[in-house]
Design a protein around this ligand. Structure first.
Ligand SMILES: NC(=O)c1ccc[n+]([C@@H]2O[C@H](COP(=O)([O-])OP(=O)(O)OC[C@H]3O[C@@H](n4cnc5c(N)ncnc54)[C@H](O)[C@@H]3O)[C@@H](O)[C@H]2O)c1
Length: 265
């Protein structure tokens, strides 16, 4: 018995990184999965590896017509839609005075408008199934502030607001909407902004280790797997009472800090 037996899931940004880990895990747990992305070759290859229970569609999440086509293809191929994971996103690491109006709008179009359009696109098919689960991948940058992410953090805080508001509206149809706030993701997302710089993910890893010791073999892929496992829980019927909530996957990083010099450090 798989934890998603009989369910059909659409995962955006599934060609690589966290989305591809989720798509594989969902399929292992019995779901039929549609992988959506701009990266056709990579996405098609991941779907082909998963096998007949997976299908790739080209879908720009900021394009309403792409959403209509992607959702229609999902329903045609697998008969309906039960789960939407709004995972696709883009990052901008830049100081405020280096972030133009166009930069800001580009980030918000993908990370905030994208999930909004996605939720609207799956509404009717989910109503026809008398329920569904929508999982929005936010970030710990949607829970706190950090330098260099004014556009990205705005979009992720906005996504949490969208999550809570739509949960209030869609619960009457049996549709649950939740957000995951991971600290970790694909290091390739930030790498282009810091050429020659040590991997940014090393820094939180050190801070995490001060709070919660992880086994040596637990990184970095296992941190993505933790996010995917949280999405699996929210996609499944195991989370029937969960809606409108943030599920933080950050090894305690936003909970506080271990203060050197104070007792029990
Ligand atoms: N990388 C991190 O450190 C980190 C940390 C916390 C949260 N997150 C979040 O995790 C999620 C997954 O990111 P990731 O870390 O796997 O990075 P990633 O760059 O590997 O994955 C993002 C995917 O989204 C796709 N994408 C980008 N724009 C798109 C568009 N307009 N339409 C469709 N697909 C598009 C990309 O092609 C890519 O496959 C994102 O929501 C991200 O914000 C990432």
């Amino acid at each position: 018995m798989g934890r998603l037996d009989g369910k059909v899931a659409l995962v955006t940004g599934a060609a690589r990184g966290t989305g591809s880990v989720m798509a594989r895990l969902f399929a292992e747990e019995g779901a039929r999965v549609v992988l959506a992305d701009l990266l056709d070759d990579l996405g098609g290859a991941v779907a082909a590896e998963i096998g007949p229970s997976a299908h790739f569609v080209h879908l720009d999440v900021s394009d309403e017509e792409d959403w209509a086509r992607g959702v229609e293809a999902t329903v045609e191929r697998f008969g309906g839609i039960d789960v939407l994971v709004n995972n696709a996103a883009v990052l901008l690491l830049a100081a405020l005075d280096q972030t133009s109006r166009e930069d800001f709008l580009r980030i918000v179009r993908v990370n905030q408008l994208g999930p909004f359009l996605g939720i609207r696109a799956v509404l009717e098919p989910m109503k026809r199934r008398a329920g569904g689960s929508i999982v929005n991948i936010a970030s710990t940058d949607g829970l706190k502030g950090m330098n260099g992410v004014s556009a990205y953090a705005s979009s992720k805080w906005g996504l949490r607001g969208l999550t809570k508001s739509t949960a209030m509206e869609l619960g009457r149809y049996g549709i649950r909407v939740n957000a995951i706030c991971p600290e970790a993701g694909n290091p390739n997302m930030s790498a282009p902004f810091i050429p020659g710089h040590p991997d940014l993910s090393e820094v939180p890893h050190e801070m995490m280790q001060a709070i919660l010791k992880a086994p040596a073999e637990a990184r970095p892929e296992s941190r993505l797997l933790d996010v995917a496992r949280m999405a699996l829980f929210l996609a499944s019927d195991e989370s029937m009472s969960c809606t409108g909530a943030d599920f933080v996957v950050d090894a305690g990083l936003t909970a506080g800090q271990v203060q050197r010099g104070a007792p029990s450090a």
